[in-house]
Design a protein around this ligand. Structure first.
Ligand SMILES: [Zn+2]
Length: 211
């Protein structure tokens, strides 16, 4: 299992944080353009990609323009309405969100040809797991490079969320046809992480003893 987390930026000029989790280590990277992101992913070949960006439009919408007939479809998907109980989220029609949504949809459509791609929201994951910030959450289980950027750390939380999904410890907010946001079931998911991480530590200690 190899999970890639991606904290996508709205524009190619801004850094996109990435994190690859192989069940032992978190490796952080930063890329800028869609081409570089796609190249990196094709080298890494993850089994699951989890992205922090809206990867679909609200039902009935063909775009996010105010003046289009589809504007009657509104500013939010059901997934945004569901996630609001954990904290406020911006409407997809806001300038910055619109850029991010359109980039997210384009990149995800390309990636979905070869990979499993899901959407998540790192700040909600961190809240459900009861940590005040991404660093304290990741440091609980892994040794983290002090140079990791905030976007890379968010990508780390996304990779961890994807891993929890593979361990059946996530729920999908929103509507399956419209687009879902993956979040952990509850704070109890931490037990699963602890179990696996401790098992790896024991395996590593045994390997050392054999030498
Ligand atoms: Zn439209």
């Amino acid at each position: 299992m190899k999970i890639l987390g991606m904290d996508l930026s709205g524009k190619e000029e801004n850094p996109t944080g990435l994190c690859i989790f192989d069940e032992h280590n978190l490796d952080f990277l930063t890329e800028f353009t869609d081409d570089d992101i796609l190249d990196l992913i094709n080298k890494l070949r993850p089994s699951l990609i989890v992205i922090d960006a809206p990867l679909s439009l609200p039902k009935g919408r063909c775009c996010l323009e105010k003046n289009c007939k589809c504007a009657i479809g509104g500013h939010f998907r059901q997934a945004e309405r569901d996630i609001r109980k954990f904290g406020s989220v911006l409407p997809l029609t806001f300038y910055g969100m619109k850029m991010l949504t359109l980039r997210g949809i384009k990149l995800a459509n390309e990636l979905k040809k070869n990979y499993k791609v899901l959407e998540s929201h790192p700040h909600t994951t961190q809240k459900i797991l009861e940590f005040k910030d991404p660093v304290s959450c990741l440091k609980e289980f892994f040794s983290i490079s002090p140079n990791a950027t905030e976007h890379e750390l968010d990508a780390g939380i996304l990779a961890l969320t994807g891993w929890l999904y593979e361990k059946n410890c996530c729920i999908k907010l929103g509507d399956l046809d419209e687009g879902i946001i993956l979040i952990p079931n509850s704070v109890k998911c931490l037990e699963i992480i602890k179990e696996v991480i401790d098992k790896h530590k024991i395996i590593k200690i045994r390997l050392n003893l054999k030498k």
